[in-house]
Design a protein. Structure first.
Lengths: 313, 308, 543
């Protein structure tokens, strides 16, 4: 098992390396001179050259990459052009809202989506199935921010159940934290629910055609138990896979949702950084989100061994 | 040689099944409804000038933030006056939201179709190469894995940040994250088809590799790629709207659904129609394309086309 | 073997099952009458599409969606299961009737332990405690002669072999002592030696417990081996039924006679020694698959083929016989250069393949042609068959018109109409497609033709015709024929010489007649003994 984890970890190294190269190249493709941006409008040529040297921009590109990666490994993500702060600090500051939102969303989504998918598969072709699948297509099609504003309009403005926007740190009280997060989390979970419910239905239906389902029926097993003990157990791997892959959608959604609900998280930071062309911050955020995505999918891979004894380690 | 008995068995199915899957697709309600809605939206945006719209960029400081249905008198060049109804109201610069929404469909459709076509085309070539030239496969797929590890919207935002905002930049930004998904799909099809006995038979017949790919492998990619193209088109329209909504997409003076909504954000509580109307149009357009894609997938039944 | 007073376990009366509209015939089965008595094995035999599986599934109440029973009764110990409620049907399954399936590889739930899957039956239908269930499962595992039940009970299906899985299925099916056991081609997916053991087990279980068995098969060898009574089905109807002797020795219906005549005899016809030039010779041919090690992975090398030496002359047929995993197909694929051998030398018509340049190798390709196993996948479904046949000659510079002319002639040679060239593969039956594949191979004017299990996917009556065609084509075009098969009967009929492969090695090689009369290697002898219905069918052949 340990060797398997190490092997899987090792397999993510090339992926992250490619990501690092791509992100690094981003800075090289910048139209503007980063040194000039940092120096500001009043700087003279010498000051700019000084900064360029400090950033290592006068070195050959391979050396720059080496320096950059070394710094990354030490946790030094550089200094933000715009916020004039260490990027690490910026990110640390914004981590809590984003993590809170994402975790709450995943919990809500899985609790809604998997039962919906199973029911749709069980009642394949019925009106219930059609409704679930209809909502799923709808979930894919309505943009996150439209859902967000719709929920705000109905539940915050008209019904006044929740605050309109903003975020309250967990340390200031669980109630306030949860109250402010519920609408954003539901907003964000819509597309995720659509994805997982659809995948659950498809995988369960696929499994229902397998020979061992017929075997179970031939034993006199009830349909409900056939569905749960035999079908869902075998459909687990594709379902958790899509939960992992869906993290990419979730991250995209976080950026938008945080903007709609003015939550001071990493998503907002990303938008602000892009608007300000704050490349060190953009690079850092992309790297961080990619790393999170890769690591979560690695974790998902490792759970396969729990769901399927054929996957050996 | 006359001794060989004529086969006792009879020919199996008499009717050719060659194009029945495509005909079946035309009978699927979700294909028909989806396609019809897309055609209507396309017609609306193409014929926008003839649909009672005014210049979508025309600013009128005197007529800002009007609710839907507000009327205004327009002085024509020849001195006469006509009444104009702002069906969807006006925005904070006094522009007519109805005109902007109708014109906005143009950008969305152009982006959706362009991104879908380009990503399929590029992905098809790279995917074929990766699937058939084994020594390039590892290298190509590592790069694709890396690209896919970056969440699509972030990658698009990163690319947009590199250049001046504009249609081309936005298309490229949306295109780059889509290509690896097409590559993966094409590669998977190539790898499974090359195991087929009829491809092996063609190899023993001495068929050169390029012809082999073109004749025996390529036709198998058409149906799944068409399905994939619809999903890419839908997602491209969504991503464009998101980028514009966040203020980092198409320049704000160009009427796009995302831009109209971005503009309407600040006054949302008082004037929700600026987000509501373009939102409805956007959702319906994307929904229609997704319905078309789902219907095509179900009828053409490619094992490969999946979301994510 | 059975007393006349045996009670009837299953009585199918006038059963008709309707197919959904648009199918090639209105009924899946029509007016079926079958009875099974306690302690009796009734074999339902038929070719594909005969409706034999539909019959068995309907008895279990497991008819696929879209099919509907429109007429008749199915009496299980006197109770009409067509009238039973869903709940009653579930109660009966596993207790009074049980079923085993064709694919033991997929019939077990891959994520559930073997023991749990047997215990599931007990859990559904009894109030046994967990410990009692486990005890009973161990007993059952012992009963079906599985080794080391204590270990096996906690194993997952992928950890046991195909034959063992089928034993597990049997254990689960019999754990509540059902009156009726339905076996749907339970040995078709198994190797011949494994098949022999499973058949023996079914026989043993049935005798010990007095179970009535409805045994579905397409193989007359299996029928001869275990049947008490036989029901012959064709296109959804019962053609003939009777005791084993009546059907096998004194068939009345022409269809039955044809089926039995089509079963190849294990006795090879006398052969003349081939004296033509050597067209294929392989020396020390080897193929190993190595798993590359990356960091922590353990490397494992698989020897698919180990120093195989064979020779085929013009006008001669060499058969390579072996069970799955013996490496026989790998040999064929190495010779046709679909894969690269890792060692040894292959000479085609005296030319060493390894010494050839890429273009020389391409030229040589035309000399070696292959007919593949699966006729449904070896023709491109999107192209008319004519395009497939002329593809090769056109690749090598023949004009299209010339190639079409050649194709038309070859179509007649393989017994098809020359005008069918513009039809698509799906418009042909399996046997016809195999004829088309033969024509496609012949269009290249090869010197060596390789048949990689070319008749295994075909029904027995079609099999005989395709074998006959291959033999005639070999004679007419003076070909060297390399014939890969798992079926000793087929090998006996078509091969002049036979090589027996096991685990990548040839264990024995010689003229068919001599080798069949007096097999030397223990494995060859085991293969012969396992051939189903061998002793019985010999007496039929003699008659």
């Amino acid at each position: 098992m340990f060797a398997y984890i190490l092997r899987r970890l090792a397999a993510t190294i090339p992926v992250m390396l490619v990501v690092a190269v791509l992100v690094f190249l981003m800075l090289r493709l910048t139209p503007a001179d980063p040194a000039a941006i940092i120096a500001g409008d009043n700087a003279n040529a010498e000051q700019v050259a000084e900064i360029r040297k400090r950033l290592g921009l006068d070195q050959p590109i391979m050396t720059q990459f080496a320096i950059w990666v070394t710094k990354l490994a030490q946790g030094d993500l550089g200094e933000s052009f715009f916020f004039k702060k260490q990027v690490v600090e910026l990110i640390a500051d914004r981590l809590e809202p984003t993590v809170s939102l994402a975790v709450l969303t995943i919990i809500i989504a899985a609790m809604i989506a998997i039962p919906l998918g199973v029911i749709a598969a069980y009642k394949q072709g019925s009106w219930l199935d059609r409704i679930v699948m209809g909502f799923s297509v709808l979930g894919f099609s309505v943009p996150v921010f439209v859902i967000g504003y719709l929920l705000i309009y109905v539940f915050a403005i008209q019904l006044n159940w929740f605050p309109v926007q903003g975020y309250q740190r967990l340390s200031q009280g669980f109630g306030g934290w949860l109250q402010r997060l519920i609408l954003p989390a539901f907003t964000l979970s819509v597309i995720y629910v659509a994805l997982i419910a659809r995948m659950t239905r498809t995988s369960v239906l696929e499994v229902m055609n397998e020979d061992y389902i017929r075997t179970a029926r031939a034993k006199g097993q009830t349909e409900m138990k056939v569905l749960v003990r035999h079908a869902l157990a075998n459909a687990a791997v594709p379902i958790v896979t899509v939960v992992g892959l869906g993290i990419a959608l979730l991250i995209g959604g976080v950026v938008v949702t945080e903007s709609v609900y003015t939550i001071p998280g990493l998503g907002r930071l990303t938008v602000d950084a892009v608007l300000a062309r704050d490349y060190p911050t953009i690079q850092a955020v992309i790297l961080l989100f990619s790393l999170v995505y890769v690591v979560i999918n690695l974790a998902v891979d490792l759970t396969y061994t729990i769901f399927d004894p054929r996957i050996r380690y | 040689m006359t001794t060989i008995a004529a086969p006792a068995e009879e020919a199996a199915a008499p009717a050719p099944r060659k194009s029945s899957a495509w005909i079946g697709a035309l009978k699927s309600p979700s294909v028909v409804i989806g396609a019809a809605i897309i055609l209507i939206i396309a017609a609306l945006s193409i014929m926008a000038p003839a649909l009672g719209t005014i210049d979508p960029a025309e600013i009128n400081p005197a007529f800002r933030n009007k609710k839907p249905g507000a009327e205004r008198t327009i002085r024509n060049d020849d001195g006469t006056q006509t009444k104009f109804e702002h069906r969807f109201g006006t925005d904070s610069l006094g522009r007519d939201v109805y005109s902007r929404v109708i014109y906005g469909g143009r950008v969305s459709l152009i982006i959706g179709i362009t991104v879908a076509t380009l990503s399929i085309f590029i992905g098809l070539i790279i995917g074929m190469v990766a699937g058939y030239i084994r020594w390039l496969d590892g290298f190509i797929m590592r790069i694709m894995d890396g690209l896919m590890a970056i969440p699509a919207i972030l990658l698009a935002m990163g690319v947009v940040s590199l250049s001046r905002a504009g249609l081309t930049a936005v298309v490229i930004a949306i295109l780059i994250p889509e290509v690896p998904r097409v590559v993966r799909l094409v590669r998977a099809i190539v790898l499974s088809i090359r195991e087929e006995p009829y491809v092996e038979a063609a190899i023993t017949l001495g068929t050169p590799t390029p012809i082999l790919l073109f004749r025996h492998v390529l036709p198998n990619t058409i149906a799944p790629l068409i399905v994939q193209a619809t999903f890419i088109c839908a997602s491209a329209i969504l991503v464009e709207a998101i980028l514009s909504f966040l203020g980092i997409g198409i320049p704000p003076d160009v009427p796009t659904w995302g831009n109209i909504m971005a503009e309407g954000r600040s006054l949302f509580r008082v004037y929700p129609h600026n987000i509501l109307y373009p939102g409805i149009f956007l959702a319906i357009a994307v929904l229609a394309i997704n319905m078309l894609g789902d219907g095509l997938r179900d009828t053409l039944d490619p094992r490969f086309a999946k979301r994510v | 073997m059975l007393s006349p007073a045996s009670r009837t376990v299953l009585d199918v009366r006038n059963m008709t099952v309707k197919l959904p509209p648009g199918a090639d015939r209105p009924h899946a089965v029509e007016d079926i009458n079958i009875t099974v008595k306690a302690g009796e094995i009734v074999c339902v035999v038929g070719e594909s599409g005969s409706g034999k599986s539909v019959t068995s599934f309907n008895v279990m109440g497991l008819l696929p969606r879209g099919l509907k029973t429109t007429q008749g009764e199915i009496l299980l110990e006197g109770e009409d299961i067509l009238k039973a409620s869903k709940e009653r049907l579930r109660d009966l399954r596993g207790t009074r009737m049980a079923m085993i399936f064709q694919e033991p590889m997929t019939a077990l739930n891959p994520v559930m332990r073997v023991g749990e899957q047997i215990a599931e039956v007990l859990q559904i239908h009894t109030d046994m405690s967990r410990a009692d269930r486990r005890k009973r499962v161990l007993e059952m595992l012992n009963l079906v002669h599985l080794p080391d039940p204590e270990r096996l009970i906690d194993a997952y299906p992928h950890q046991v072999s195909g034959g063992q899985r089928q034993r597990i299925m049997i254990a689960a099916a019999l754990s509540l002592d059902p009156a009726l056991l339905i076996a749907d081609e339970p040995t078709t997916a198994l190797d011949v030696t494994t098949q022999a053991r499973i058949l023996k087990l079914v026989r043993e279980m049935q005798e010990r417990r007095g179970t009535g068995v409805l045994f579905i098969t397409h193989d007359f060898g299996v029928v001869a081996e275990i049947a008490d009574r036989v029901v012959v089905m064709q296109k959804g109807r019962v053609v003939e039924q009777g005791t084993r002797d009546e059907i096998l020795r004194r068939p009345r219906e022409p269809y039955t006679k044809m089926l039995i005549a089509a079963v190849p005899s294990l006795k090879p016809p006398p052969a003349t020694k081939a004296t033509g030039a050597v067209m294929l010779s392989a020396h020390d041919l080897s193929k190993t698959y190595g798993k590359k090690t990356f960091l922590f992975g353990r490397g494992r090398v698989v020897h698919a083929v180990k120093s195989v030496n064979i020779e085929v002359r013009r006008g001669e047929t060499l058969g390579i016989v072996g069970e799955s995993g013996s490496g026989k197909s790998t040999v064929a694929r190495c010779i046709s250069r679909l894969i690269e051998p890792t060692g040894g030398k292959i000479e085609i018509a005296g030319q060493d393949m390894s010494k050839l340049t890429a273009s020389g190798l391409r030229d040589l390709r035309r000399s070696v042609q292959v007919v593949f196993q699966d006729p449904y996948r070896s023709l491109n479904p999107r192209r008319p068959i004519g395009a497939s046949i002329i593809e090769g000659p056109v690749n090598f510079g023949l004009s299209k018109a010339e190639a079409v002319k050649r194709a038309r002639k070859l179509m007649v040679d393989v017994g098809l109409s020359a005008d069918a060239l513009d039809r698509y593969p799906h418009q042909f039956s399996g046997g016809q497609r195999q004829r088309i594949c033969i024509a496609r191979a012949l269009a290249m004017e090869p010197v060596l033709l390789i048949g990689d299990e070319p008749v295994s996917a075909l029904d027995v009556s079609v099999q005989a015709q395709v074998l006959e065609l291959l033999a005639e084509v070999k004679k007419k075009f003076d070909l060297a024929l390399l014939f890969i098969t798992h079926d000793l009967r087929v090998a006996a009929q078509i091969c002049d010489r036979v090589a027996v492969m096991k685990q990548g090695e040839i264990v024995e090689q010689g003229p068919t007649e001599a080798l069949f009369a007096n097999p030397q290697h223990p494995y060859t002898r085991e293969l012969f003994e396992a051939a189903p219905g061998r002793s019985y069918m010999e007496t039929v052949d003699a008659a």
